[in-house]
Ligand binder design. Structure first.
Ligand code: HEM
Length: 153
């Protein structure tokens, strides 16, 4: 786990800017491959790809995903607290009408977007580290996406 943390910390520190910019590409790819996901972002309904590309909301979400990734990386030593934060974040995604299956799509799309910009540093170890991190994020967010029993009554 220590080496996973080191690999991710280095990757994030050196490429934060590029990752942020390219998260926009991530979202576009997500929408292309899964058009139904686009409707989740209420403000994007009916918008063309070009309009979406320049959307401030999409850019804002890209920054939010990136901030969550960073939060997880800096807090991997306080994993219990991080898990609760992720679960709560997942729970808030119920209101955003996000289906659990969409959450798992984010990791692979994110990696596809950042990989070309990290080419010189990219390694099997780094790919495994990102995959591992997104697996953790997705697992806990999806837990929170399930409505609580009290809410189902
Ligand atoms: C790794 C997966 C994801 C992370 C870390 C993430 C993170 C976030 C964060 C931090 C916010 C800010 C609001 C809050 O804290 O409640 C947010 C909002 C939102 N997310 Fe996500 N999200 C993820 C996946 C998705 C996916 C897959 C979708 C849609 C298919 C989505 C749709 C939205 C929408 C519609 C909002 C509200 C509008 C906005 O603030 O941009 N999210 N997300």
């Amino acid at each position: 786990m220590v080496s996973v943390v080191r690999v991710l910390q280095a990757a994030v520190a050196e490429t934060k800017q590029e990752v942020t910019i390219n998260q926009r590409t991530t979202n576009m790819r997500l929408f292309d491959s899964h058009p139904d996901v686009q409707n989740t972002f209420l403000p994007f309904r009916g918008l063309s790809n070009k309009d979406m590309e320049s959307s401030a909301i999409l850019r804002a979400h890209a920054l939010r995903v990136m901030a969550t990734v960073e939060k997880c990386i800096t807090r991997l030593d306080r994993i219990d607290k991080t898990n609760v934060i992720l679960k709560e974040l997942g729970h808030r995604h119920i209101d955003y009408q996000v289906k659990p299956k969409y959450i798992s799509l984010m990791g692979p799309q994110f990696m596809m977007a950042i990989k070309p910009h990290l080419e010189s540093q990219w390694s099997e170890e780094m790919e495994e580290a990102w995959t591992h991190l997104f697996r953790i994020i997705s697992y806990h967010m999806k837990k929170g996406l399930r409505p609580s029993k009290a809410e189902q009554i």
